[in-house]
Design a protein around this ligand. Structure first.
Ligand SMILES: Nc1nc2c(ncn2[C@@H]2O[C@H](COP(=O)(O)OP(=O)(O)OP(=O)(O)O)[C@@H](O)[C@H]2O)c(=O)[nH]1
Ligand SMILES: [Mg+2]
Length: 349
């Protein structure tokens, strides 16, 4: 199954929430004379998004030509825009982003009759435009070992993401070492060992309760000695309000830099999509403590809060390296702006 199909199937709660919301908004104020086909409302044509449907007017015309005849249409007015705004806020897109997206959709279209499909296309276009600049896979540098530090609050999916990423990099021919820097919980080390085995990647561990910074240091030595391409360091989950744990993270970074001043080369913040708006404050806190270089969003399957990714992209502009849509090793993929936008609003490929 392609990752888009998987994403669309698993983003059902988010996409049905937004898709159904758009259907309702249009149906609620639909005008009677649906038999008169209107000229299709032009979708935005962002020059930077060659893939967008807007760049293929022929196809867009075919889609609209096929769907507009029977579809109810509603005149785009202030009341409709307000409903749209409210719905996007409810979908965790954040107030600022929802306002701007709505304003862009309104521009030049007030008074036009619009169908739900057209509205979905327009919204998908706006979301694609916001998300395209942040859709960047984890960069791979020539520096060996490239040190990837993985941070986040408890249970966000750090360990699972490391397992999935390690497996993908291994499959791509990279020599990967994992350091089990979560020395807090014994179970955490075992969990990582299971992932290491699945991925065929060695896992460096330290006794429970030992200093994660010294494990990170040892792991750097070993990765260097073994000529590893990539060292992925797992860390214990830490809540933003636990000052001591936040200090511990800062210490890990200091110690890593003693060994290699340019490391960590990537600091990945793993966010759980189900936490919704709280993800925004997590980014703020972790950015203060560690030089967060990119995000991974997990658990997009089965949540109605996928819209938060749009708010994050709009507010912070941090690269989104990957998204997780399940617990299996292949349930993580690079983030694709257009695929995500279309899946989020309930449109097909
Ligand atoms: N449905 C779903 N579950 C996920 C995803 N990613 C991780 N999980 C699950 O979320 C739970 C927590 O994942 P972990 O990887 O242990 O999270 P963590 O951040 O390492 O947790 P701590 O080390 O306790 O802070 C596990 O049950 C994972 O299987 C995902 O993309 N989708
Ligand atoms: Mg963990």
């Amino acid at each position: 199954m392609s990752f888009f199909s998987k994403l669309r199937d698993r983003l059902t709660r988010s996409s049905s929430k937004i898709g159904a919301g758009l259907d309702d908004i249009v149906a609620e104020g639909a005008v009677e004379d649906v038999a008169v086909p209107e000229a299709p409302v032009a979708a935005p044509a962002p020059a930077s998004v060659p893939d967008a449907a807007a760049a293929r007017p022929g196809m867009l015309g075919r889609i609209f030509g096929r769907t507009t005849e029977a579809e109810p249409r509603r005149e785009l007015d202030d009341a409709m825009l307000e409903e749209l705004e409210e719905m996007l806020i409810q979908a965790d897109m954040g107030v600022e982003t929802a306002l701007r997206v709505t304003a862009n959709i309104a521009e030049g279209r007030i008074g036009r009759r619009i169908s739900a499909t057209e509205l979905k296309e327009l919204l998908a276009g706006e979301i694609t435009r916001i998300m395209t600049p942040v859709a960047k896979p984890l960069p791979v540098y020539p520096k060996r070992p490239q040190v990837v530090l993985v941070v986040g609050v408890n249970g966000s999916g750090k360990t699972t993401t490391i397992g999935k990423l390690a497996s993908q990099f291994k499959a791509a021919g990279k020599n990967v070492v994992i350091a089990a820097g979560d020395t807090f919980r014994a179970a955490a080390v075992e969990q990582l060992q299971v992932w290491g085995k699945r991925a065929g990647v060695p896992v460096m561990t330290a006794p429970e309760g030992s200093d994660p910074a010294s494990l990170a240091f040892d792991a750097m030595n070993r990765a260097e000695a073994e000529g590893a391409d990539l060292l992925m360091i797992d860390t214990a989950g830490r809540l933003q309000n636990r000052q001591d744990l936040m200090e511990e993270l800062a210490k890990i970074v200091r110690v890593i830099r003693k060994k290699d001043p340019s490391a960590p080369h990537n600091t990945l913040l793993v966010l759980d999509a189900t936490t919704g708006q709280n993800a925004l404050s997590q980014v703020e806190t972790f950015q203060k403590l560690a030089d967060v270089s990119g995000l991974v969003m997990t658990k997009l399957d089965g949540t109605a809060r996928g819209g938060v990714l749009v708010a994050l992209a709009d507010r912070f502009g941090l690269p989104i390296h990957a998204i997780g849509v399940g617990e299996q090793i292949d349930d993580l993929d690079a983030f694709d702006a257009r695929d995500f936008a279309r899946a989020l609003v309930g449109l097909g490929d």
